[in-house]
Ligand binder design. Sequence first.
Ligand code: UD1
Ligand code: CA
Length: 460
Amino acid sequence: MFHKIKRGVYMNKLKVIILAGGQGTRMKSKMPKVLHKVLDRAMIDYVIEASKEIKADDIMVIVGHQSAMVKSVLGSDLKYAYQKEQLGTGHAVMQAVDFIEDDENILILYGDTPLIKPQTLNKLIDIHTKEKNYATVISSFVDNPTGYGRIVRENGIFNKIVEQKDTTEEQAKIKEINTGVYIFNSKALKNSLNNLSNDNAQKEYYLTDTLEIIKNTGNKIGIMIASDNEEFLGVNSKSELAIANKIMRNRINKAHMDNGITIEDPDNTYIGKDVVIKEDTVILPGCIIEGKTTIGTDCIIGPNVRITSSSISDCVNITSSTILSSSVDSYTNIGPYAYLRPNSKIGKHVKIGDFVEIKNSSIDDGTKVSHLTYVGDSTVGKNVNFGCGTVTVNYDGKNKHRTIIEDDAFIGCNTNLIAPVNIGKNASTGAGSTITKDVPENSLAISRVKEQINKIDYNK
Ligand code: UD1
Ligand code: CA
């Protein structure tokens, strides 16, 4: 089987195996390591995406520790192999033998290196193919190699990889490390897996030993020296997770700034990989923008805004607010301190002011919900004015009911709208009313005690 990659070079079928079976003991967490998040996504997601971007023919993830949880997060469109016991990275790849066929290139990636770039993987494939290697590993030179496997060379060429715990004093000083990214000729890999032993400090089957085994059969091992060490950070602890987050954050923020978005303080702005923002929008400090969110041009977002999986149109201002799975149309102002819960659809030139919560409702153009109001399960027309302290009473303890407010209605301050209820076009409610019946168009509904009683001198 041949595989055409975008550079137009014909080569063997490319398959990717991603290791994600380990517990990640050093994370000190109940959650499997590869599910810990870099921005809004599990770290392994980035590795899978990079594999898809290089147009791999097939991807297999090796799961083990809490496999059900890992699979449910990653979804069913990937192939999985199950590693019952975590006996090492080589043992993990052994679980994929049925996936590996003759005359293929097998790229192996670790699920805990989220910063890897597809361009780098393409470069590795190129070198591997051009040099006709049986395996090619990416190495990098680092100031502090502690924890990584060391690349041992002999007369400049690859000799073996020695894991931290197996190093001699001399080997421990080597600063060229194994990044954990390799590509193998499938046959050579399969044969070497059959010859792996666990005779080492950790009593594990190391994938790294396969390279020495292949070399010993007289086949060539290549080394590609990384130009950017950042990409190969292996996340083994919470502090490394924080470093990975920072690097990813800077990468994404820089790309937005290059596209003409102003980010006032990139160190304090958290934008997920799937977010799309148009030029001339300004992001002020303290914003978290995540999921499949889109933001138009000329918006001012922030300070302190969280937007998740929402679509924000052009010329929208949002201050100190939270918006979840909702849409906001152009020229609308949100906040400060507004909370838009899922399935809210806000029109053009709308004002959603302070301490307003909207849930599962549509608010049409020109409407003002300025202060201290709850609108839930409602359909609100155009140019409606909500007085301060309006509550749509949508829940009777068992079921949720809808409130419908038609165009140009005026809701007096502190009105309770007991749903299901319909406020007609250009109707109004008196301040402090509890509305239990539909209000016809052009009418005023008042529902409160008829007359105020003043008890003179009562407090004297
Ligand atoms: C590994 C390499 C080391 C390299 C480093 C780069 C080996 C033996 N060592 O060390 O040379 O410098 O990565 O980051 O490969 N996993 C399984 N099943 C297992 C064990 C691990 O699926 O039985 C998975 C883990 O979930 C993880 C990945 O393999 O995603 C790497 O394992 P980890 O324990 O982090 O290896 P390192 O000690 O970092
Ligand atoms: Ca690791």
